[in-house]
Design a protein around this ligand. Structure first.
Ligand SMILES: *Cc1c(COP(=O)(O)O)cnc(C)c1O
Length: 399
């Protein structure tokens, strides 16, 4: 792991090469479709270097994009980064870059629901079969690999149920069989794990979350190692993937405070989680830094820090009681996504319906929180009042 001081310096410095910035601090917004050339020779030169930092055509990117791509590549530790208009687009383009008709895909059972839907609605129609595997399968993955298996997809931890995967073991076995390993690395962000040192070939960020950090831009990144970067880059290009330079500008701006925001999210979330652990209503925490989280030992080994996103499971309760808890909060807002500066809460039902390789106990409600940058004491008071509403609903049913 890079030590904290070096990392903090890196976050401030990455992508600020003068060839992109021309000397201003933040890489400016270059809006472009057409790039004009004075001579045929200039045009040939640009064509030759179009994947190497020369402007060629808008869809290939501008210095605004190149600076952000360089920054993400360096932080993730890969050879190159492709940009997409959302995290979901990064996932679908990465899968389509490495799968063809007749191939077989191994997909983690705790995966982000739209990724699962992409497999069943799009890949299945292309005759690409998906097998789901238990996030904690470890060595058992061997038995699921077929002669036509091409990709192993991981997401660690899963963004609702939070199982942490043994990424190095899974990637080692996948490579013994020539598979491409793709990791949805959004929870770690580019600073809290080293995906390429763990054997990942392609690391994906829903930059919408912590990189942007302010809940106002949708953007995705996929970073590949030397071996897979040319294929990822060219196929993503053929899929027509581009991003607005204004959005990229905001993502680059967000990135500069990633280190301090993440440290504060982590601190606040640990405080709230420690309090939740003492609540009689709580069955267990699904926070990777706590022993009750499946795969906690891999968190300790493979991550340098946690952040603001975790879940907790209640001992009992129905939809009505959970609704009373999550509605009418003062500080927590209800809504999808996470990674912004604000706190969010969701009561999530129906998890059992998005599982096929593992069972989910639907009798115990799960609540997911994103702990923002508010004072954690205010958030604890908010949750405390929520539990009172929750208990009142349950008590009224007993009478
Ligand atoms: C939000 C999210 C995505 C999708 O990102 P969008 O930018 O919303 O498309 C993918 N993976 C994980 C783990 C996410 O949380």
């Amino acid at each position: 792991m890079t030590d904290k001081h070096q990392l903090a310096t890196q976050i401030v410095s990455v992508g600020r090469d003068k060839k992109w910035t021309k000397g201003v601090i933040n890489p400016p917004v270059f809006r472009a479709s057409t790039i004009v050339f004075d001579t045929m020779e200039d045009m040939r030169h640009a064509a030759k270097n179009k994947t190497n930092g020369e402007m060629f055509y808008g869809r290939r990117g501008t210095p605004t994009h190149f600076a952000f791509q360089a920054a993400v590549s360096e932080l993730e530790g890969g050879a190159g980064t492709a940009l997409y208009p959302s995290g979901a687009a990064a996932i679908s383009a990465a899968l389509l870059s490495f799968l063809q008709a007749g191939d077989h895909l191994l997909m983690v059972d705790s995966v982000y629901e739209p990724t699962r839907d992409f497999c069943s609605h799009i890949l299945a129609g292309f005759n690409i079969e998906t097998t789901y595997y238990d996030p904690l399968i470890g060595e058992g993955i061997r038995a699921l690999i077929r002669p036509n298996t091409k990709v192993l997809f991981l997401e660690s931890p899963g963004s609702i149920t939070m199982e942490v995967q043994d990424v190095p073991t899974l990637c080692r076995i996948a490579h013994e069989h020539g598979l491409v390993t793709i990791l949805d690395n959004t929870w770690a962000s580019p600073i809290n794990s080293k995906p390429f040192e763990m054997g990942v070939d392609v690391s994906i960020q829903a930059a919408t979350k912590y990189i942007v950090g302010h809940s106002d831009v949708m953007i995705g990144t996929a970073t590949a190692n030397e071996q897979y970067w040319p294929q990822l880059r060219e196929r993503s290009y053929l899929l027509g993937q581009t991003t607005s330079p204004d959005d990229v500008y905001l993502a680059t701006r967000g990135l500069r405070t990633l280190g301090v925001r993440m440290a504060q999210h982590e601190k606040n979330a640990l405080k709230v989680a420690n309090w939740l652990q003492t609540r009689p209503e709580v069955d267990h925490l699904r926070h990777p830094a706590f022993e009750t989280c499946p795969g906690h030992e891999f968190f300790k080994r493979d991550f340098s820090a946690s952040n603001g996103l975790f879940s907790f499971v209640l001992k009992q309760g129905d939809q009505e009681a959970v609704t009373a808890l999550v509605e009418n909060m003062q500080h927590f807002k209800m809504g999808f996504s996470w990674g912004g500066y604000e706190s969010l809460i969701l009561g999530i039902f129906g998890i059992e319906r998005i599982r096929s390789a593992t069972k989910w106990d639907a009798s115990k409600p799960l609540i997911r929180v994103h702990i923002g940058l508010e004072d954690p004491e205010d958030l604890i008071a908010d949750l405390s009042a929520g539990f009172e509403r929750f208990n009142a609903v349950l008590a009224a049913k007993v009478k």
